[in-house]
Ligand binder design. Structure first.
Ligand code: HEM
Length: 310
């Protein structure tokens, strides 16, 4: 079966994106091309009472469901030191195992927003970064890109202090979703996942005392003492807020609904290579918002997953 011209263009775009990630970080067979260094854990999610007013999704009706969670450092470097500024943003991918045997995923990172609105724009940023290695003439391609793309500039200039722990970091879905409750009422919102305890980052002096794998060692040690808990929230859009642009954050005073408590309980034996977290793996009661990144990410992650099985 032959694809349409649009499919061919999209496939080409996705291929170029993965090639550009390979150019930036090198090829590391069996690893993800970004968020390569990770740890998989098991735990549970307990829905808050108010969650069911927002969505009829099965895991938001008050019960408790098992979850699989993968924390990660950014970049495609499987051995990136946890203290490297490029290890930001950290990733947190969550799979909810639903009572009927189904699954739904939530893929978030520790930056509130995204540097690009579309895959094309993100590819432009990655290509500019790849062309801006040491020795690039000034202004470098990435400096020129940032000068004309404010969301990319904000992302590049964001504070990069490493978290004290994966459990003291906040994570954001960037993409908005459409939450629909039993009455059919729909609200758009973005996930925010906050530590139940204090949020804490390291200052330069503290970071200098940490080893290259301190986040992974700290998490294993922490889980031996007890679970790491997070508050899962949804920030609601007000009328007129952009719901299809992950690069445009909403004002901080938008109301938030508490979805529940996520408890990370123990490291998992699961083979991370076999796991594919997909932001478009949704469930009745949670729908895509029209943000172009959601279907695009779904397709790119699937190609990336197939590549990692070879
Ligand atoms: C144009 C937009 C994006 C592109 C092209 C992209 C690309 C990718 C790719 C290729 C992977 C590897 C997937 C795999 O092999 O399993 C990945 C993983 C990941 N991405 Fe994205 N991404 C985009 C947007 C985002 C956004 C908006 C977020 C966060 C809100 C995000 C967070 C993550 C995380 C946390 C992972 C690791 C998931 C895991 O642990 O398996 N990405 N991304």
């Amino acid at each position: 079966m032959s694809g349409t011209a649009r499919d061919v263009t999209q496939t080409d775009l996705h291929r170029r994106l993965l090639e550009t990630l390979d150019a930036l970080f090198g090829v590391h067979p069996g690893y993800r091309p970004v968020h390569a260094k990770g740890i998989v854990c098991e735990g549970s999610f307990t829905a808050a009472d108010e969650a069911r007013d927002l969505s009829r999704a099965p895991h938001l009706q008050g019960g408790r469901v098992p979850v699989t969670v993968r924390f990660s450092d950014f970049t495609g470097l499987p051995d990136i030191p946890d203290t490297d500024p490029n290890a930001n943003p950290r990733g947190m991918a969550v799979r909810f195992h639903l009572p009927d045997g189904g699954e739904t995923d939530l893929v978030a990172h520790s930056y509130d927003g995204f540097p690009a609105r579309t895959v094309e724009e993100f590819l432009g940023l990655l290509q500019a970064l790849a062309a801006s290695g040491p020795g690039a003439a000034s202004p470098s391609p990435v400096e020129e890109f940032a000068a004309t793309h404010p969301a990319a500039r904000r992302f590049l200039e964001a504070a990069k202090a490493p978290p004290a722990s994966f459990a003291t970091e906040s994570y954001f879905s960037a993409d908005a979703f459409r939450f629909v409750n039993r009455e059919g009422t729909a609200r758009h919102g973005r996930y925010r996942i906050h530590p139940a305890g204090e949020e804490r980052h390291l200052d330069v002096g503290e970071a200098a005392t940490r080893g290259p794998n301190y986040l992974f060692e700290e998490l294993r040690e922490r889980l031996r003492r007890g679970p790491a808990e997070f508050r899962v929230m949804v920030q609601l859009a007000a009328p007129g807020d952009p719901i299809d642009d992950a690069s445009a954050t909403w004002p901080a005073d938008r109301p938030q609904v508490r979805l529940g408590t996520l408890s990370v309980e123990r490291p998992s034996d699961a083979d991370e290579r076999q796991l594919l977290f997909d932001p478009a793996r949704l469930v009745d009661g949670i729908e895509p918002s029209g943000d172009p990144l959601i279907p695009a990410r779904s397709r790119i992650y699937a190609v990336s997953y197939r590549r990692r099985q070879r």
